[in-house]
Design a protein around this ligand. Structure first.
Ligand SMILES: Cc1cc2nc3c(=O)[nH]c(=O)nc-3n(C[C@H](O)[C@H](O)[C@H](O)COP(=O)(O)OP(=O)(O)OC[C@H]3O[C@@H](n4cnc5c(N)ncnc54)[C@H](O)[C@@H]3O)c2cc1C
Length: 431
């Protein structure tokens, strides 16, 4: 073979392949860098829960993790995998399983932001004998895993059943973990009651955005059997939970928020604003969303004050104040101000929005420019009346006409409550 044919046979295909590889590499790098830049500019660089930690020494940038991530949280930067959109990561874990180089481990918290995880044994029991934890509160997110933990925890709780209390167990929370635990309790013929602060089952799944595509895996629900779903819309998932309850009626007390747990003879007293339940064991399946943070101002108890936007069109032709400085506050204000005839004021105590998506910031600027929305930075609600609201801005107090208040001031995490009842909590920084 002469020199020219040698080049044609070996070098040309090599160069073509190399060109394809480099083109793909630069394209991936460019897209991922742009996503990361937006996350940095939005101040959304910390993952909220379990997330992948990449070992750059092992990662070969195959992109397998990028392809399987249902939330598009991972990208490739400089040929290595990276968490480029940390705020959307829900700890799916498919990335870890799929990495051909075993370069991913799932961890809680980061160097900058610690994550509180209660200490639980293999039986899901905390250091307080009789208090059990299942689901996302224990750090294990995802619908299937939460449900599986709820089921398993109940099998351990059943071993302690009996005695002089009214109930063998009080289950707190009716999200995936609480539903599966309640079904297991029913199957094991335990005396139990399930407390749910909201008016529906589903927990976090009930609050997913409309039409969200939920990625999950087949799960085994006691008394129901295998639920073979992998991809399902939020609405169909809610129908699925309702179908489960129609098939197996469960003693769920809706609208009852557990406020206190006290040690008592033979077990615990679980208090809600409605009653006291005495039980041998308590299963906390309360997730990590916590309770909405309140403003603590006179008039907050009025029915016109809510902590979540349900339907924007109910505020047509009304004066609405939205309180908060995160994405949920901005999105609520923007949705309401798009309704005909609304006057929306967005009140935030900070001087600027530091941790919101760029897209929302741009939409907000547009809405302000067209005078559909009024922004009051460095303002605080001081009093709410039936037809008015008072806001403090610097030393001045301003009174505005008002028909509704939507407070989106974040949630109070369950950690202080856990510590109060004696459960040991560990702060993880990337372990
Ligand atoms: C935006 C988003 C998207 C997600 N997408 C997916 C996905 O595609 N696939 C997936 O597998 N997972 C997904 N997840 C994660 C999944 O929703 C959670 O891991 C799962 O719901 C955890 O279940 P849980 O039962 O432990 O807690 P939760 O679902 O949070 O349920 C806890 C329940 O306890 C109740 N509760 C809390 N405190 C009290 C109290 N004091 N008294 C009475 N009741 C109380 C709450 O009202 C709630 O109903 C997503 C999460 C988010 C935020």
């Amino acid at each position: 073979m002469n020199h020219i044919s040698y080049y044609a046979v070996y070098l040309v295909p090599f160069l073509v392949l190399a060109a394809f590889y480099l083109r793909r590499h630069f394209k991936q790098h460019k897209i991922s860098s742009e996503i990361w830049k937006e996350a940095v500019e939005s101040g959304l660089t910390e993952p909220p829960t379990l997330h992948p930690d990449f070992n750059p020494a092992l990662c070969i940038g195959s992109g397998a993790c990028v392809k399987v991530c249902p939330e598009a949280a991972i990208g490739i930067i400089n040929g290595k995998a990276a968490l480029v959109n940390p705020a959307v990561c829900i700890g799916h874990g498919a990335c870890e399983a799929t990495c051909p180089m075993k370069a991913i481990r799932l961890v809680f918290g980061t160097e900058k932001r610690g994550m509180d995880i209660p200490q639980v044994s293999r039986n899901f029991e905390t250091n307080v004998p009789g208090i059990f934890i299942a689901g996302e509160l224990g750090g294990m997110g995802l619908i299937r895993k939460a449900a599986e933990q709820g089921r398993q925890a109940m099998e351990h709780i059943a071993k302690r059943a009996g005695g002089g209390t009214d109930y063998d167990v009080v289950i707190v929370g009716a999200g995936p973990a609480g539903i599966a635990a309640s079904l297991a309790a029913q199957r094991l013929r335990l005396k139990f009651v399930t407390l749910e602060q909201e008016d529906s089952v589903g927990g976090t799944t009930y609050h997913y955005p409309r039409n969200k595509i939920v990625m999950t895996a087949p799960m085994n629900l006691p008394l129901i059997g295998q639920i073979k779903v992998r991809e399902i819309s939020k609405e169909s998932l809610m129908e699925l939970w309702e179908g489960v309850l129609a098939k197996v009626p469960l003693p769920i007390r809706y609208g009852e928020r557990m406020e206190e747990i006290k040690q008592a003879a033979g077990g615990f007293e679980v208090r809600t604003p409605v009653g006291t339940y005495r039980a041998k064991s308590v299963l906390l399946a309360i997730g990590r969303r916590g309770v909405p943070r309140k403003l603590g101002v006179p008039g907050e108890e009025l029915p016109k004050v809510v902590y979540k936007l349900i339907e924007a069109d109910q505020y047509r032709n009304q004066h609405v104040v939205v309180v908060g400085g995160g994405d949920s506050a901005l999105e609520a204000a923007l949705d309401v101000c798009a309704e005909p005839g609304t006057w929306v004021t967005l009140s935030y105590r900070g001087a600027a929005f530091n941790r919101v998506k760029l897209k929302n910031r741009k939409r907000l600027d547009e809405a302000i420019a067209t005078e559909r929305l009024f922004l009051m930075l460095e303002s605080q609600v001081v009093e709410i009346k039936s037809k008015k609201i008072k806001l403090r801005i610097g030393d001045a107090v301003k009174e505005l006409p008002n028909d509704a208040v939507i407070v989106c001031a974040g949630g109070e995490l369950p950690t202080p409550f856990l510590k109060k009842i004696g459960v040991m909590v560990e702060t993880r920084h990337g372990t």
